[in-house]
Design a protein around this ligand. Structure first.
Ligand SMILES: C[S@@+](CC[C@H](N)C(=O)[O-])C[C@H]1O[C@@H](n2cnc3c(N)ncnc32)[C@H](O)[C@@H]1O
Length: 181
């Protein structure tokens, strides 16, 4: 599950992210398969996406290139600033709203509702972060929970989403929010 370099229209952002990671050791690993994110967004005709874990804007660019609007959150202001530069270079800045802060604190304040896709790409994975993203999703919306091989509360997240229609790709769990009963 990886976007090949030749198919990667945002390889410049991925390369910049990996260079930043090497220089700072800040854990900003770009998502392995940006093409998967765009394919899921296009296939579900998603118009709004919320993402926890902007880094330098690689995954946000893949979501936004489908035409969706992306709200993306990162607690590191340097990452948000660099993401703004990369997204502007790809003429995607107007499709991405950058928020800087701790995801679990910011999400309730943003009060996003009816979102089509919610993507967790922070660390460590926590049930609180997944819960806050799930609250923003519409029924039938898609939760993409990444970084589940990084420990944290991955086991509890799998239990949290067990009753949702889901498929477990190992590092990433795809789950559809059920309709209220
Ligand atoms: C794995 S990187 C995200 C990679 C990005 N999605 C991409 O594909 O390039 C994780 C990022 O999430 C941020 N982060 C991690 N946990 C967070 C949290 N709880 N709240 C806000 N930001 C968080 C880190 O600062 C880092 O920039």
């Amino acid at each position: 599950m990886t976007t090949t370099a030749t198919a990667d229209r945002f390889s410049d952002i991925k390369t910049a992210t990996l260079s930043h990671l090497e220089a700072h050791g800040c854990g900003c690993h770009p998502y392995a398969d940006g093409g998967l994110l765009a394919t899921l967004t296009a296939a579900t005709r998603a118009s709004t996406v919320v993402e926890l874990g902007t880094a330098l804007g690689y995954s946000a660019a893949w979501f936004a290139c489908t035409g969706a609007h992306v709200h993306t959150i990162d607690r590191d202001p340097t990452h948000s600033r660099l993401a703004q530069v990369h997204l502007a270079r790809h003429h995607l800045a107007d499709r991405v709203t950058l928020h800087t802060g701790e995801g679990v604190d910011l999400l309730p304040d943003l009060a996003l509702t009816g979102v089509d896709i919610a993507f967790f790409d922070g660390y460590p994975p926590t049930t609180a972060a997944i819960g806050a993203l799930a609250a923003a999703l519409r029924p039938g919306g898609l939760l993409i929970a990444g970084n589940l091989t990084l420990g944290g509360q991955a086991h509890d997240i799998r239990a949290q989403l067990a009753t949702w229609q889901h498929t477990d790709l190992g590092d990433t769990l795809l789950a559809v929010k059920p309709a209220p009963r």
